[in-house]
Design a protein around this ligand. Structure first.
Ligand code: PEP
Ligand code: MN
Length: 283
């Protein structure tokens, strides 16, 4: 494991659990739903209600959008964070939102329950250090060109600053495949679990970029042992200002949560908790 001192799984097998509001991450499946971006009051509050009604346990939405083009919708910033706070007030759901600039961390903390570090910022070391100085839980997405070892080193940066509350999130990597937006690497779920004590979420929305693939990849993620799912949901996907092709409607989300929950209960049976084959390569 080289220099991965703090993230590696100890001999006693103890795993990190993170309490966010009334949700315990690391104890049963956590479903996070919400739009790619916070776009308006109506869109945010309506979608938050739908996520709550559909069985979501947390609400996600970006107030800062790291976009490929500087001319695309960049998010509402502070106004967006205020809308997320209203969504939390209305629904009671904890808020997951991205921070993209180290200078914003302290004030974004006032609105977020979980700080998201996006794929494009995974190795932004000053940002990692800054979120590491807060006690806020951090959802650290895997960079689209990053190896497992690089990803875990980024988690190590956060823990090394004194923040133990890190959740890893696989959101797909770039490969030569073009049918899907990214290649969702589900092998990271058991790999992360055999190397580290940190919880891991799967993001099938960015991982596939295709509505038609999200249900099956969500189920596969649960079967692989993921601690949570991050799903994009929009009250009116075709009007979304970003990632319109991959956002679930409220009805699709609710139906998916039902299916996932059934599988998750089944997976909770002891038989599936332990692996019959163990002993992977150390990195
Ligand atoms: C997002 O969650 O909306 C997002 C921008 O994700 P990623 O950083 O994985 O592209
Ligand atoms: Mn998105």
């Amino acid at each position: 494991m080289g220099n991965l001192k703090l993230v590696q799984l100890a001999e006693n097998g103890k795993r990190t659990k993170i309490k966010v509001g009334s949700v315990m991450i690391g104890e049963g499946l956590v479903i996070v739903g919400g739009p790619c971006g916070v776009e308006s009051e109506k869109q945010t509050l309506k979608t938050a209600e739908a996520v709550k009604t559909g069985g979501g346990m947390m609400f996600r939405g970006g107030a800062f959008k790291p976009r490929t083009s500087p001319y695309d919708f960049q998010g509402l910033g502070l106004e967006g964070l205020k809308l997320l706070a209203r969504a939390r007030e209305n629904t009671g759901l904890p808020i997951v939102t991205e921070v993209i600039d180290p200078r914003d961390v302290s004030w974004v903390c006032e609105f977020a329950d979980i700080l998201q570090i996006g794929a494009r910022n995974m190795q932004n070391f000053s940002l990692l250090r800054e979120v590491g100085k807060t006690g806020k839980p951090v959802l650290l997405k895997r960079g689209m060109y990053s190896t497992l070892k690089e990803w875990l080193n980024c988690a190590e940066y956060i823990l090394a600053e004194g923040n133990p509350n890190v959740i890893l999130c696989e959101r797909g990597i770039r490969t030569f495949e073009t049918y899907t937006r990214n290649t969702l690497d589900l092998s990271m779920v058991p790999a992360v679990k055999e190397l580290t004590h940190l919880p891991i979420f799967i993001d099938p929305s960015h991982g596939t970029g295709k509505l038609s693939l999200i249900e099956k990849m969500s189920l596969a993620a649960v079967a692989a042992g993921a601690d949570g799912l991050l799903l994009e949901v929009h009250c009116n996907p075709s009007e979304a200002k970003s990632d319109a092709d991959q956002q679930l409607t409220p009805d699709q989300f609710a139906a998916l949560v039902k299916k996932i929950t059934k599988l998750s209960r089944f997976m909770d049976e002891k038989l599936f908790k332990t692996s019959i084959i163990t002993g992977g390569d150390q990195i």
